[in-house]
Design a protein around this ligand. Structure first.
Ligand SMILES: *Cc1c(COP(=O)(O)O)cnc(C)c1O
Length: 470
């Protein structure tokens, strides 16, 4: 295959994509497969001779689409969304065609400079003050890891990088039990140790309060441990919890501790001013992560980290060996020095396309619809016999259950085996609950109203078929 062939096959891929999206509603949302079903269809060894593209294409069509869970399906209500607006897909095609590596300014000046401007557009869009700059990571996991490594080095006076961690003080970090597992992972990978991530008890609203944070820090200081940083939850993955950001930031500042805020999902909603109360006080944070690749429409991967002062993070993660210097330009931004990996994709182009092709008004309208439709779906579900709302909508996320866990689990399995909608589960104070999040870029009101309709049908099928014995 050469570039002339690519011209032809790219057109075919574009037609395939249009057809795929036009028929998504007719596909099962979740792949109805057993593990191994796809692998069994592939030859066990690679070919020695080239194969015709027509054959490869045929195998793709035969094996892959039916083996996928369709994240762009308008009735995907599981996990969180991973939206890909058409304008984002187009930008990614162009990025693919250039296939550059934006590791330093010199290797892709446009990628670096579009990234700087797009981070600033998003800063304005979510209402952050102009003393924040930022960068784009592949994932919130890596953004949070970068923030934790930075806070660790700030606490160690940048000695950990050279001397390692053994023999140093026991560093302590604080987060609520509602924070995402990526925070635990960052703490583990950064050599802090899981037991030094203090999970501060939350209030009745699943929020870490300033008082609870203060008490946890005081207890550690009294025990001779070294508080090093605070990670706040702005839109938890389980049920959408928000810590009391302003109060916790005030406590952290008084204690001289840096603050990282994880708004991976909810950050997108902050383009709507009416939701910003949820993270009031966020401008006091040192680092904030949010994923345009979740709810905004710039497809995976695109995770923005805002930083009040990038200096500490660049001092922690940046290395500039001779082969990465740009002669005579020491002042330029080399974004690899802000992140863990060296190589980096041109992720900002899809933001540029999405923000221009839809405009903030259209994107705000979509998010407002999702929030309103989620509330309506909550009311419809609450009216069904036996259904209890376990957590009320936070933005567009809520959860429901039947009285007993086994019955709820059985209901969820029936819903997903039916596969016209896709929902996932969580535990709320030990209780098994079904999560609903509304956020698919192209979902319509009738798609969301389909949730209660499906649940009602599955409840009817539950009562006609006995539940498995427990
Ligand atoms: C999704 C999510 C993450 C992890 O995001 P990745 O980009 O997949 O690493 C972290 N925190 C929260 C609150 C999330 O919703």
């Amino acid at each position: 295959m050469d570039h002339e062939d690519l011209r032809i096959w790219s057109k075919r891929a574009a037609d395939w994509a249009a057809e795929y999206h036009a028929t998504l509603r007719d596909r099962p949302v979740r792949a109805p497969l057993v593990p191994g079903a796809v692998a069994r269809q592939l030859p066990p060894a690679p070919p020695d001779a080239p194969e015709p593209m027509e054959t490869i294409w045929g195998d793709f069509e035969r094996i892959v689409p039916d083996g996928m869970t369709h994240w762009q399906h308008p009735r995907f209500f599981a996990y969180f969304p991973a939206n890909a607006a058409p304008a984002s897909m187009l930008a990614e095609q162009l990025v693919n065609a250039m296939a550059s590596n934006a590791l330093i300014w010199q290797t892709s000046p446009a990628a670096t400079e579009v990234e700087q401007v797009m981070v600033d557009w998003l800063r304005q869009a979510v209402g952050l003050p102009d003393d924040f700059v930022g960068t784009i990571h592949d994932s919130a996991t890596n953004a949070t890891l970068s923030a934790v490594l930075t806070m660790r080095e700030q606490a160690l006076g940048y000695q950990g990088l050279e001397a390692g961690l053994s023999g140093g003080p026991v560093l302590r970090f604080y987060a609520s039990a509602e924070t995402h597992s990526s925070v635990d992972k960052a703490i583990r990978v950064a050599g802090i140790g899981q037991r030094n991530l203090v999970k501060v008890a939350t209030d009745g609203d699943r929020a870490m309060t300033g008082a609870a944070l203060q008490a946890a820090i005081a207890a550690d200081r009294a025990a001779g441990l070294h508080p090093a940083g605070v990670i706040l939850c702005a839109g938890g993955t389980s049920v959408g919890a928000f810590d009391r950001i302003a109060d916790c930031v005030a406590v952290a500042k008084a204690e001289g501790l840096p603050v990282h805020v994880d708004a991976a999902w909810a950050g997108s909603a902050m383009i709507c001013p009416e939701f910003r109360d949820l993270w009031a006080g966020v401008e006091g944070a040192d680092s904030i992560v949010f994923n345009p690749h979740k709810w905004l429409g710039a497809q995976f991967d695109c995770s923005v980290q805002f930083l009040k002062d990038p200096g500490a993070q660049v001092r922690t993660l940046g290395l500039r060996p001779t082969y990465l210097e740009t002669a005579g330009r020491e002042e330029i931004v080399n974004f690899n020095e802000w992140t863990v990996p060296l190589g980096r994709r041109f992720r900002a182009l899809k933001l540029w396309f999405v923000l221009r092709a839809y405009g903030l008004d259209n994107l705000r309208g979509r998010i407002r619809n999702h929030v309103a439709w989620a509330r309506a779906a909550r009311d419809q579900l609450a009216a069904l016999p036996g259904i209890e709302i376990v957590t009320e909508p936070r933005l567009s996320l809520f959860s429901f259950a039947l009285k007993d866990d086994a019955a709820t689990e059985d209901l969820l399995n029936r819903i997903n085996d039916d596969s016209r909608i896709y929902l996932t589960q969580t535990r709320v104070d030990g209780r098994f609950a079904i999560r609903v999040q509304v956020g698919s870029f192209d979902c319509r009101e009738e798609d969301v109203m389909f949730i209660a309709k499906t649940v009602q049908e599955m409840l009817a099928s539950c009562s006609s078929v006995p539940l498995p014995s427990r």
